[in-house]
Every structure is written in C-alpha cells, then in structure tokens.
Design a protein around this ligand. Structure first.
Ligand code: SF4
Length: 332
C-alpha cells in the first residue's frame, strides 16, 4: 500500500435527526446515512462508490467536500503544503480551501446558469477564488476550454445552445479551472446517452493523467464504474461491506451483497466467474438498521451469528477488505 494518502477518512459518521410532529418538536431518532466508514484515497487514483439508493454514497461525497457536517470521525487532506484536518475548517479558511476540491453534478442541464455565457461560467471560480487579473484568467480559460474540447465560438454562447455531453464538458472545465487535486463525480454521466457517456469517461481519464487528479466516482451503473475506477467500495446501509481493486470486485467478489450486485450486471454469454446471487426484499430503514450484520435480512447465508454480531472489517487479500462472518465458508 502506498504511503501518505491524499485523503484519509476515519470512522466517518453522518446522522440526520428525525423530529416529532407538533409545536414542540423533539429529536426522536436519527437516520444513519453513513455509519462508520474508513478508507484512504491515494493521489492519482479513482475510487468508485457503488450501492443501492439510500446506501450513503452521495452523503460520503458531500461530507468530504464539507457541504455536510460529519456527526463523528476524521477527514484529513495531505498535499505538498502539509496535512489539513478538514473537519476543523470553517468560514474563510474553508472557503479558501474549496478550490482544492470540486464537484461535478449529475444534471448538466440544471447545473449551468442559463443567463451566463459559457465564458463567464467557466471563469467564475477563478474570479471568486483567486486574485488573478483579467489577462491571466483568460489564459487559464482558454487552456481549460481546449482541454475540454470547447472552442472560442462555444465560449460566446449560452448553455441552452449545447447538447448534454457538451454541457457536461462545460461543467468539467468549470470544476477543473481552479486546478483542484480532488474531484467528486456524483452520477455525473448517468443523465447522458451511452455513446456520450463513453466520450466523457475517456475525457475524465485523460484529464486525470494530465493533471494528476484524484477522483471519487459515485455511480449506480457498474459498467461505467468498472471502466474508470482503480478500486471500488461497496456500500450497504451506510457501511462499507467490501473494498478492493476493481478486477477483484468484478471477477472475484467475496461479500454476498457484492456478488448480488455483480449478478445484476448482464454478461455477453450469460455466465459468471462466480455463483450469482439473486436479492429479494428492500433495503431496510436507515433510521432503524438491523442488529448484527446489516445485510442479514436479505442474505441467503445468514445464520444466528450474523443476527447478533457486527462483522469486523478485515483484510482478506492485498488491498481487499470485507465485512462478513462467513464469506470464505459459504462462497468458496
Ligand atoms: Fe450474510 Fe452473515 Fe456475511 Fe452478513 S455476515 S453478509 S448475513 S453471511
């Protein structure tokens, strides 16, 4: 394992309070959106985050970007200037730090201001977050427009004149123009056609190599995650159940939930390198998660121990971690 990760997350928890009805509203419980997640993100890698809706993927991304405050845990960011504890950043220090971390939104139609030209949209982060003069901003603008395959004519137009793929390229140029080190993609290609998705993914890979970027890639489309990710983390009900290099997750998944997810990916000849698992039932209520292993209510291998004891997060191979009492026993 490499040393000095760009981002280190330790026991991250994000809980949202639930209030009673009526005039005097009291806290009656918490939705445990993220409940004890630990991982490292190394410089230049892409970590894919997968899991069903409500598993906590977006909440982790928002907590890393400091748009959501954590309930507990530590998040540190290391670069050439030193180590910063992100959980202590507030006010002006947080605003100043934001240029190091950026977000690409899911909907390229809603995330661009229709009253601004593309030139103004892309230049705005530099105008807000740096003290560059107009000539320097224009120089950066032209560089990042070219990197994202936008020409001078495009810069004079308004967002409505562009297709979905072109708009997402504008969003990427806007996010990267401050030269961030870390970028979160939250379902950033899921609103695009398949051919355009491939074009955008290839552009992201090219930009990552050229600029040394580190990505957190959140998506529900597993084939897209497989294409771009170095490692993949599988989330279930606010906790990681498996974290491994991409090839291990797709060809040698060890956790029953990961196997169930991978079984839903169509293969060309209908065969898998592992025994497929069909899931039944819904993801439980995150305000009242099951005791023991949170997956036991849907797991075909569940036994008494699974209902009583939380599985520990353990290493089973190089860079491969799972949380399951019985993975080796029932799957091999
Ligand atoms: Fe299934 Fe038990 Fe493993 Fe949980 S700990 S995934 S219930 S076998």
């Amino acid at each position: 394992m490499k040393q000095n990760p760009l981002i280190r997350v330790e026991n991250l928890k994000v809980h949202f309070p639930l209030y009673s009805k009526g005039l005097f509203r009291k806290v009656v419980g918490h939705v445990r959106a993220v409940d004890g997640v630990t991982f490292d993100l190394h410089k230049g890698e892409t970590l894919g985050l997968v899991g069903e809706s409500g598993s906590g993927k977006t909440t982790i991304g928002m907590a890393l970007l400091r748009t959501l405050k954590e309930t507990a845990g530590n998040i540190s960011f290391s670069n050439s200037r030193g180590v910063v504890d992100l959980t202590t950043l507030t006010g002006k220090r947080l605003k100043k730090f934001r240029r190091h971390m950026q977000l690409i939104f899911q909907d390229p139609y809603a995330s661009l201001n229709p009253r601004m030209t593309v030139r103004d949209i892309i230049a705005e982060p530099l105008e807000c977050q740096t003290r560059l003069n107009k000539a320097e901003i224009n120089e950066q603008l032209l560089e990042f427009a070219a990197r994202c395959k936008l020409n001078l004519e495009h810069l004079r137009r308004f967002p409505h004149a562009f297709s979905g793929g072109q708009r997402q390229r504008i969003c990427i140029a806007r996010a990267l123009i401050t030269r961030p080190e870390f970028v979160v993609y939250d379902e950033s290609v899921s609103a695009l056609d398949v051919s355009i998705q491939a074009e955008i993914i290839n552009l992201l890979i090219k930009l990552q190599k050229e600029l040394g970027l580190t990505y957190l890639f959140i998506a529900h489309d597993l084939s897209v995650v497989a294409h771009i990710s170095t490692r993949v983390a599988v989330l279930y009900l606010g906790r990681f159940v498996e974290l491994a290099p991409t090839s291990d997750i797709f060809f040698k998944p060890m956790h029953p939930y990961t196997r169930a997810l991978m079984s839903a990916v169509p293969t060309v000849d209908g065969t898998y390198t592992f025994e497929p698992i069909k899931l039944t039932g819904e993801i439980p209520n995150p305000a009242d998660p099951p005791a023991g292993c949170r997956f036991h209510t849907r797991c075909p291998y569940s036994e008494a121990l699974c209902r009583q004891k939380i599985p520990i997060w353990r290493q089973v191979a190089t860079d491969h971690f799972i949380a399951c009492h019985r993975a080796e026993e029932v799957l091999f």
